[in-house]
Design a protein around this ligand. Sequence first.
Ligand code: P53
Length: 487
Amino acid sequence: TNSTSIFPKNFLWGGAIAACQTEGGYGKNGRGMAVSDISFYDSQIDRQDLAKHRNITTEKIEAAITDPDTKRYPKRHGIDFYHHYKEDIALCAEMGFKVFRFSMAWSRIFPTGDELTPNQEGLAFYDAVLTEIEKYGMEPLVTISHFEMPVALVTNYCGWTDRKVIQLFTRFAETLFTHFGQRVTYWISFNEINAGRFSTFKSTGVVADKTDQYVQDCYQAVHHQFVAAALITKRLHEINPKAQMGCMIARFTTYPATCNPDDVLQMMHDDQYDNFFYTDVMIRGAYPGYMNRFFKDNDVAIQWADGDKELLATHTADYLAFSYYMSNISSANPNELDQTDANLKKGLKNPYLESSAWGWQIDPKGLRYTLNNLYDRYQVPLFIVENGIGAEDYVTTDGKIHDTYRIDYLQKHIEQMREAIVDGVELIGYTMWSSLDIVSSGTSEMSKRYGFIYVDQDDDGNGTLSRSKKDSFYWYQKVIATNGADL
Ligand code: P53
């Protein structure tokens, strides 16, 4: 608790959400079905076993498409932000948010992705959302693609594997720029573009059982996303020269299990394949050499079209956005070490760190390391667009939610941001995940809560949907009011 702030005067404090985890309004006013509407909630699956949650097959997709149930697929109802957005944005403004991160659902604007003209009712909804944000003087931060592509693109094109999807996505993004471009400065092209390697379906629409060259398809899909990101960055700058396009990764910070050089090399590979590949392309503007070697070793041959190289080189991202929740361990001999239940793959246990109830290893100092590491490599402004802790919250007899563990988590991470700024890192903002309790991306649970604001709804979709302020609400209000001086 310092008395003077070292955060820049115009530092963007705020919070983040995504359309598919909040809006609901399934099938309302012309919205089409999205990949997120396929993710189901299953209380029988161990909440830490993310591999099972992510296991989407053609059979499951076909069954879900014809299943009218909205309870079984919680992202179809979200937290009904579609009807509560005024109240929700007002609560965020009350905390003093300078920035509000949300996404615009592709399926609300182009229900199947293939239409030539946008759904006006979809545009009207986001006009209304932006009006609320502006009313409180907040800056909108818009994610264009956050795990919510129209499911018709999966059935008709095998998702991003097909180059044609670049054109469809560009049409969607251009529609957003023409319609909202003068009202939005900060954009993110793809949420966690590196998630495709693990959460392929929700990120790129590639379904494992539909192809006999899965790895090839995954990387081809990501290549198409890179090209699409470059194309829309070009268009954004033409339409609004003041606007900024960010690229985004989930930063899977990782440490060598020991000082054995084999472990250090494993860490290098994990950093390269899971993280730097994406930012090297999107910030430096070219495929790095280590990927050429990886592709050779794994029989991957990316199909390049004329002009791709130039596009990637010319229209790089303006800033680097990333999510940070935990750190991981890299080992050349993973079977010899203790396992922990981590988000994406069974991870290795770090004896120095505590874990969340979902097995995510909490590492505030890792955030300082990450900020320095990314800034050293790229020298572009950084934006932390997700950071937070999923926990079960309970309303106590006094009617309140005493989420001291959340305050503790955030306080320690913000402290390390402060250290990184003193280290010389250019950090422009911080949007905590997630302003309100929302449906979990990974497990579709409601009880994995992240918010400053409690939403009365359970895993089966029952509840009044009423919103209430947790203790962390008042704490964050004070953090913003003192520009991070009083933590
Ligand atoms: P949930 C992997 C690792 C860390 C965060 O996740 C990730 C992923 C990819 O699934 O995703 C982000 O809700 C994502 C959000 C998500 C948040 O992390 O599974 O951008 O949509 O809600 C937290 O606990």
